[in-house]
Write a protein that binds this ligand. Structure first.
Ligand SMILES: Cc1cc2nc3c(=O)[nH]c(=O)nc-3n(C[C@H](O)[C@H](O)[C@H](O)COP(=O)(O)OP(=O)(O)OC[C@H]3O[C@@H](n4cnc5c(N)ncnc54)[C@H](O)[C@@H]3O)c2cc1C
Length: 415
């Protein structure tokens, strides 16, 4: 790093309350301390401690979406799914609590909301998702007064939605509306429906769950979910495909579909997703005004040189879900590639694995997994034929594996 850049950097970092003593080989800035960004920051420091890493995260701590559906069901609590950033600090990552508001790819700087800039040699952007609220008429107004929630980012709506479920009368209707794929965590809505149904079965047995899915059918682990619903939640949980929400009315608690209106007591509508705002503002979105295409050997953006995009914000490779498991693996591709590039070596493609567990009852889980490897001919990662698959049946053993998976990935990303 040039002395001039270092001074600029030291100035910016002191604004955020951190300091660094020795000029390093290079600086990597990471935007977003979720599954993708936190893992990348940690692994770059582990694989080459001479690289200086600053992580910009707007929230004080990490709250996991995986397992948050159990919070909604009342089967665990927010403390169990929350972690701090001290583990990253122990790896020598400078954690900067701020919001990245602009990227100048020509000057290689990131501007922070509280003032100041961070200079980078390589930038990683893992901002997760934001929503296309305008595609569901009335959504933003209804969300303002709390009459419609998504709870598709773990805080603070998860807590608010749990409260609404607790306050709902017995005999009420909870509506969960699922957008067209791709959205973050394909099996997540069906796990959520199962957890709310399990809560109703225990605490409000006259209440119902209605899943209005814009997709024709359950998009992930369909056979396993439907089996669990018919065995465990007959008369409680109803699934309807081809039911896209086009509008919501908070006052009358109505979800408007293309051909009918459905009234409920608690409305949990997931709006269509896109890459996080900072990706949109920085010219990283390449496809359908929604997603960021990358070179899957390095995670480098196809639109902006020197910027690597991870996690849910990416234009998924074939057969690749948007998951915490994938974001954690994307981070390792990027970390390995950046360490190679900053050391003057050529990055090699990596083979990566996805595993997604879902709870179908408070203790029983189901799983889907897949393996993805680089294909020179297609120029992308493709699923390895015959690898992966789904659980044979739901079981308490899979439920235990799900908790172990979560604790392991939180530690791998953050500790
Ligand atoms: C209910 C639910 C259940 C799920 N269950 C599972 C599961 O069982 N298994 C699984 O693998 N996945 C699961 N997922 C999906 C998983 O949560 C996401 O795929 C994962 O979080 C994506 O990681 P990410 O790094 O792309 O984004 P995130 O983890 O969302 O991280 C993005 C971070 O960037 C920060 N940020 C954004 N913009 C800025 C900015 N401009 N400046 C500073 N900070 C910024 C945000 O505050 C956030 O901390 C689930 C999701 C949901 C909603």
């Amino acid at each position: 790093m040039k002395r001039r850049d270092f001074l600029k950097l030291a100035g910016a970092v002191s604004v955020a309350g951190c300091a660094t003593a020795t000029p390093s080989k290079a600086r990597v800035v990471v935007i977003g301390g979720g599954f993708g960004g936190a893992t990348a920051a940690k692994y770059i420091r582990m694989w080459d401690p001479s690289i200086d890493v600053a992580l910009v995260e707007r929230d004080a701590g990490f709250v996991s979406c995986p397992i948050s559906n159990l919070v909604l069901g009342g089967f665990t609590n927010m403390a169990e799914i929350s972690r701090g950033y001290d583990g990253l600090r122990r790896h020598g990552v400078q954690v900067v609590r701020d919001e990245a508001v602009a990227i100048d790819a020509a000057k290689k700087t990131v501007r922070l909301a509280r003032g100041g800039e961070l200079a980078y040699e390589r930038l990683i952007v893992s901002p997760g998702i934001d929503f296309n609220f305008a595609e569901v008429q009335g959504y933003e107004a209804a969300m303002q007064d709390g009459s419609v929630l998504h709870a598709w980012k773990a805080v603070p709506q998860t807590v608010a939605l749990r409260r609404q479920l607790e306050e709902m009368r017995d005999g009420g209707l909870y509506i969960l509306s699922v957008p067209l794929a791709p959205y973050r965590c394909p099996p997540g809505p069906y796990e959520r429906a199962s957890m709310v149904a399990a809560y109703f079965k225990q605490a409000k047995p006259r209440s119902k769950v209605l899943v209005l899915d814009a997709n024709p059918d359950v998009t992930s682990k369909g056979g396993l979910f439907k089996r669990a619903w018919s065995d465990l939640y007959q008369g409680i949980l109803e699934f309807r495909g081809n039911s896209r929400a086009v509008a919501v009315d908070g006052k009358s608690r109505t979800v408007k579909l293309e051909l009918e209106d459905v009234k409920g007591d608690v409305l949990n509508v997931l709006p269509p997703h896109r890459a996080g705002d900072i990706a949109a503002k920085s010219g990283l979105i390449t496809t359908n005004n929604r997603w960021c295409d990358v070179d899957w050997r390095t995670m480098e953006s196809k639109a902006v040189k020197g910027v690597h995009v991870l996690g849910d914000a990416t234009l998924s490779a074939p057969g690749m879900p948007k998951s915490g498991s994938m974001a954690n693996n994307h981070a390792k591709i990027a970390a390995a590639a950046i360490v190679e590039l900053l050391n003057g070596r050529a990055p090699q493609p990596l083979k990566i694995i996805n595993t997604c567990y879902s709870f179908v009852s408070p203790k029983e889980g189901i799983r889907v997994s897949s393996v993805h490897q680089w294909d020179d001919g297609q120029g992308t990662l493709v699923p390895v034929k015959g690898a992966g698959g789904v659980s044979a049946a739901r079981s308490e053993a899979e439920g235990t594996f799900a908790w172990n998976w979560a604790r392991t990935i939180w530690a791998d990303s953050l500790a």
